[in-house]
Design a binder for this molecule. Structure first.
Ligand code: F6R
Length: 368
């Protein structure tokens, strides 16, 4: 049942090329137009949307952070992302033109369910991004995008997250198609990039041994930091969460630009810091990240970089580099998260922890 793997989590990490391919399957017509099966909202309703609020918890919330960047960029619809338990209890501003997007692997998370009930009671439309057919959240939503990852057994979400990203991208592109904010060719271009992702993820999985060696090396770390910017910031948060929940060691994710506003005080000799380096490009994201890396290295951090395979800027500042394929910045989370999942799984396993059933955690949190 674990396909020769020691843990369900490891099996599910390795299933991601398939899961991502399945999440993309059957989403466009022969003419190249995107179609979403259970998009029960009419094109007119989607054109009327004037604000999107994404609500979720934990890993699904981090998928929501990535979704905001992509959906705003492609559609110019203002997006907010909010932890479902915060959203529900602060009297958020909701109208019938607000689209609330609930992201939940299980479809049973009580906090997220309460958030959508509240949104519907205010007259807002709700769309669920969910992995579990027939679960409560999609049943109580106006529309659904199923992520088709297959059952996720390990408590820590892995293929759940990557397919939530895919569904979020599809939603953004679909809205762009309906509202005419992107040309058909542009949409097809992004879909084509998405279709390369299973191969890219497989390429990273094939190089697992280097990541496992890093885990062996860091087995006695007391604290690990993660830095990212732009779409790499949620990846940093997710890398840290995986390490907390599986290895029970202190881990924090930061936006790299925030370092000088406080967190840089944490940097000390030998502190491991994973850094998600944005793709090389014309904007300044990449170079700003490199200078942040220089700053922490000068203060003794052990820099573990995730960077594009042909990026010449990283080697001088890296204690280790994990190479990523060249992909657009908004899609980079799909590849950058994989080494961090492998790292957390391997480290926890080496420490003798139950990777599939971390202490104090349940797979779906059905109480508020
Ligand atoms: C972390 C993890 C949790 C869930 C969160 C939401 O690895 O699994 O943070 O992501 O409890 O669960 P769903 O997506 O089922 O609503």
């Amino acid at each position: 049942e674990k396909d020769g793997h020691d843990w369900f989590m490891r099996k599910e990490i390795f299933e991601q090329p398939h899961a991502v391919a399945d999440a993309l399957l059957g989403r466009h017509s022969p003419g190249g137009r995107l179609q979403l099966d259970e998009m029960r909202l009419s094109e007119q309703e989607l054109r009327d949307v004037d604000k999107i609020i994404l609500v979720a918890c934990g890993t699904a919330f981090y998928a929501g952070l990535v979704a905001k960047y992509a959906i705003e960029h492609w559609t110019r619809i203002p997006c907010e992302v909010e932890l479902a338990h915060e959203f529900r209890y602060r009297d958020p501003i909701l109208t019938q033109d607000t689209l609330v997007v609930a992201i939940s692997q299980s479809g049973e998370t009580a906090d997220t369910l309460m958030a959508i009930r509240h949104a519907r009671a205010q007259g807002s439309r709700v769309l669920a991004i969910c992995n579990t057919n027939g679960s409560t959240i999609p049943r109580e939503s106006d529309a659904v995008i199923y992520t088709h990852a297959g059952p996720e057994i390990g408590v820590a979400s892995t293929k759940g997250f990557s397919t939530q990203l895919v569904a979020s991208y599809l939603l953004g592109l679909y809205l762009a198609q309906v509202r005419g904010t992107m040309y058909g060719d542009e949409i097809r271009g992004v879909v084509h990039e998405l279709e390369q992702m299973p191969g890219h993820i497989q390429g990273i999985l094939d190089r697992k041994d280097a990541i496992y060696a890093l885990a062996a090396d860091l087995a006695d770390a007391r604290s690990v930091l993660f830095l990212g910017r732009h779409a790499g910031f949620p990846v940093a948060l997710e890398g840290a969460l995986k390490l907390k929940e599986l290895a029970y060691i202190h881990a924090e994710g930061f936006a790299a630009g925030e370092l000088k506003h406080g967190p840089i005080a944490l940097i000390e000799e030998g502190l491991p810091v994973f850094c998600v380096v944005p793709p090389q490009g014309r904007d300044q994201l990449h170079d700003k990240m490199i200078s942040a890396i220089q700053e922490i290295r000068a203060r003794g951090a052990r820099t573990l970089l995730l960077a594009e395979e042909d990026d010449p800027a990283v080697a001088p500042y890296a204690d280790s580099v994990i190479y990523l394929p060249r992909v657009p910045v908004l899609l980079q989370p799909l590849v950058a998260v994989v080494p961090l999942q492998l790292f957390a799984c391997e480290l926890a396993s080496r420490m003798g922890h139950d990777v599939d059933q971390p202490r104090n955690l349940a797979k779906s949190v059905t109480v508020e």
